[in-house]
Design a protein around this ligand. Structure first.
Ligand code: PLP
Length: 432
């Protein structure tokens, strides 16, 4: 068990969370290596080893550090990056270039140059002029790059609007209008600087059913057939994205990877038989599902404000700066008073952050043990899109991250200091 309660205290991957808070300070991101490794193993057992010619590229944006690159490489996954900064992190961790894929709806020329210089495995082209830019760079450098086209499959998935990406009105992907997509494909097939590998779709995030994946797959398969019919060109690869949901609260009915992937693989196998082609290599891009439940955040409780008959605010020493998701899209979390883990949850409170925004609420209506100043509060399932979306609002430093495993803990990200935060600020001559 990753989460355990012993002697009234929450343990995470064998570590006493109250001791972690004392040793490293709060707020503190705690990532369980055991949990991350178990997720990677599930992907290997139920996808990579079950089906030949498959890859899983961890979507780095969920949580990326140098150490995370090492774990992902060791566990046999590829890496999906979406910016020059993520790519740079991967390069600095010596992540194998051929195992890196590059997504993003507005990659800069500098970012594309970095990717091509480093000979990364795939660039997923997300706009019509991006191909021209890549061609130009490759021509100049005498290189050839593997690309896929990200398509907008035109499906609306069942998630918060901000994390739905597959509907037609989206900034992501190339729309499937004949006069748009076919010339783009023709150009990619005919370019001497491009290896056209096929198509990519990603329908959204935190999905708890497979409907939109299956719908999008139908659209992609039809397009693959059209390309065979029209150009006699068999695309050797298909990337079906990520988006597999996790359990944030008891209301989330999380599904296995197999629930999403088995029916998709069955459809793809059938299609390939019908078309009499070798099944394309299939790539997935899980992010949240690998790290989300593998992380918790520890806070120290400070001011408690009981507005009789209205609401009791229990404030912690972090908030929207280390976890923007509740404020950004009403994401729900659960938590526990880590040093009162066995005690009855008799209080109904709102866990609020310390930032100057009324929307800086981590959990509305949490049932917790009666809390006091100085208690440690743990929020669960914060491993994805917490650290990676952290900000310095109100000049709060980004918390440290510790990696825990079987009762041992190591720092993988040091706490930002006040000096770090102002390191890039200068006073110009005119103000001296
Ligand atoms: C964000 C993203 C993912 C990962 O989504 P998760 O919900 O974290 O699994 C995969 N592919 C692309 C293109 C993305 O933008």
């Amino acid at each position: 068990m990753i989460k355990e309660i012993k002697n009234n205290i929450l343990y995470f991957d064998g570590c006493n969370t109250v001791e972690l808070a004392e040793k490293y300070g709060t707020p503190l991101y705690v990532m369980s290596e055991t949990a991350i490794v178990e997720k990677c193993k599930e992907i290997r057992d139920t996808f990579l080893n079950k089906y030949e010619r498959t890859r899983a590229a961890y979507a780095a944006k969920a949580f990326l550090t140098l150490s995370m690159c090492r774990i992902i490489e060791r566990e046999g996954l590829c890496l999906d990056v979406v910016s020059g900064g993520e790519l740079y992190t991967a390069i600095k961790a010596n992540f194998p270039a051929e195992k890196i894929e590059f997504n993003g709806n507005n990659k800069s020329i500098g970012e594309l140059e970095l990717a091509i210089d480093y000979n990364i495995g795939r660039i997923i082209v997300d706009g019509l002029d991006e191909l021209d830019i890549i061609e130009g760079i490759c021509k100049k450098k005498g290189k050839k790059t593997n690309i896929l086209y990200r398509i907008t499959p035109g499906v609306k998935s069942d998630s918060h609007d901000y994390i739905v990406t597959g509907k037609k009105d989206s900034k992501f992907g190339i729309p499937l209008d004949d006069e748009v997509i076919f010339p783009a494909i023709e150009k990619a097939i005919n370019s001497p600087h491009i290896n056209f590998m096929g198509f990519h779709f990603h329908v959204g995030s935190q999905l708890l059913n497979n409907e939109s994946h299956l719908k999008a797959l139908g659209t992609a398969l039809k397009l693959i057939k059209d390309i065979i019919d029209k150009y006699n060109y068999v695309t050797p690869e298909l990337n079906i994205g990520g988006g597999f949901g996790i359990k944030y609260t008891d209301d989330d009915d999380k599904k296995s990877y197999a629930y999403f992937l088995d029916p998709m693989m069955e459809r793809i196998e059938e299609f390939s038989k019908e078309m009499n082609i070798t099944r394309p290599e299939i790539v997935i891009e899980p992010g949240r599902s690998i790290v989300g439940e593998s992380g918790i955040t520890l806070y120290t409780i400070g001011t408690i404000k009981d507005i009789k008959g209205i609401r009791k605010y229990v404030s912690v020493d972090g908030g929207m700066t280390d976890n923007i998701r509740p404020a950004l899209y009403q994401a729900k979390y659960e938590g526990i008073v880590a040093n009162k883990a066995d005690m009855a949850k008799t209080d109904l409170v709102t866990i609020s952050g310390k930032c100057c925004e009324s929307g800086d609420i981590l959990i509305k209506d949490a049932h917790i043990a009666i809390a006091e100043r100085g208690d440690i509060f743990a929020v669960f399932s914060t491993g994805a899109y917490g650290y990676s979306m952290a900000s310095n609002y109100n000049k709060n430093p980004v918390p440290a991250t510790v990696l825990v495993k079987d009762g041992k803990s190591e720092i993988i990200v040091k706490r930002q200091t006040y000096d770090h935060m102002i390191a890039n600020e200068v006073i110009p001559e005119s103000l001296k």
